[in-house]
Design a protein around this ligand. Structure first.
Ligand code: SF4
Length: 308
């Protein structure tokens, strides 16, 4: 499977089959907190980066041999999925094959385009991120492609909400000292009232960011902000599942596959694989000895990643 990953336990979506629609770090943003490294192709160009038929074929094959029940088929992964010009066709084809709901995790920057709104109309759940509402904060955190303007991005999300019949959950990632000052939070609250999403999910820098200065917000401050946003707001906490999804024979391959997407702790991998942490450490040791993976410290936790 080249374009699918998992199914993986997700903090928000239960068991999720990931679909990667664009090559790694093809994105409209270059967020300071991105866990995938620097954006190598910062663009607004929508294109068939990967042939739609190849993706559809893989999904068809997965569904034909599905062993684990899946809660969502989720477009996210290594870049911005709405940059794929055939995302609408792909969602439409999935809808013909299965009743598993489709979720799209997007940075929301292209929702001002009529064709993107139309393409996402068949999804069941869209999770746009919105980390800032002021120009300077937006440009500092998200480092958008030069022609993107925050007011246009916000208007795109507001308009999409009006047309879209599915669920919209807004995700806000907070970085300490960047987007958490009271005036930005108050402006964000106004914008959220305008958007009127079904849920508001607050996140922080749980994984090693591309820039060392992107620091997590204290849980207490996150809670304070969530409370100020009202009953729809909650904090995304790291996944604490216990589903065993993997056969033991494929543990190393699954670890490498997962680390190709993002850095993980032993606990993350233990949860993802349904294994005891000691068992995971045993497999990690083999991969470390073979120089396939490395590790680095972030927020007093050790994160494993593919060796560079
Ligand atoms: S965090 Fe998401 S939106 Fe930001 S640069 Fe990384 S892939 Fe793009």
């Amino acid at each position: 499977m080249r374009y699918l990953y998992g199914p993986v336990p997700s903090r928000r979506l239960g068991v999720s089959l990931g679909v990667d629609l664009v090559p790694r770090k093809t994105c409209t943003y270059d967020c300071i907190y991105c866990q995938l490294g620097r954006t190598t192709n910062k663009t607004l160009k929508r294109d068939a980066y990967i042939p739609a038929q190849s993706i559809i074929r893989e999904i068809e094959e997965f569904l034909g041999h599905m062993k684990t029940p899946v809660d969502y088929i989720t477009f996210s992964g290594s870049g911005e999925p709405t940059l794929h010009s055939q995302i609408g066709t792909i969602i439409g084809e999935i809808k013909k094959m299965t009743s598993i709901p489709v979720a799209v995790i997007t940075n929301g920057s292209l929702l001002f385009l009529a064709e993107v709104k139309r393409d996402l109309s068949q999804a069941d759940l869209v999770i746009p991120s919105l980390d800032a509402v002021s120009k300077t904060v937006y440009e500092t955190i998200n480092r958008p492609e030069i022609s993107l303007e925050i007011d246009r991005v916000i208007q795109g999300v507001v308009d999409f909400r009006e047309q879209f019949r599915g669920q919209i959950w807004i995700e806000i990632l907070y970085c300490r000292g960047m987007n958490d000052d009271p005036s930005e939070v108050a402006k964000m609250k106004e914008v959220l009232e305008q958007i009127n999403p079904d849920r508001i999910q607050l996140n922080t820098v749980y994984r090693p960011p591309v820039e060392d200065y992107a620091s997590p917000l204290a849980e207490e401050r996150l809670r304070e902000i969530a409370e100020s946003f009202g009953a729809k707001a909650s904090i995304i906490t790291p996944y604490r599942g216990d589903k065993s999804l993997w056969g033991k024979g494929e543990v190393e391959a699954q670890i490498i596959d997962a680390l190709n997407r993002r850095p993980l702790t032993v606990e993350d991998m233990a949860e993802m694989l349904g294994l005891h942490p000691q068992e995971v450490i045993k497999h990690l040791k083999l991969l470390l000895d073979g120089n396939t993976i490395g590790y680095r410290l972030h927020g007093r936790k050790i994160f494993y990643e593919i060796a560079s």
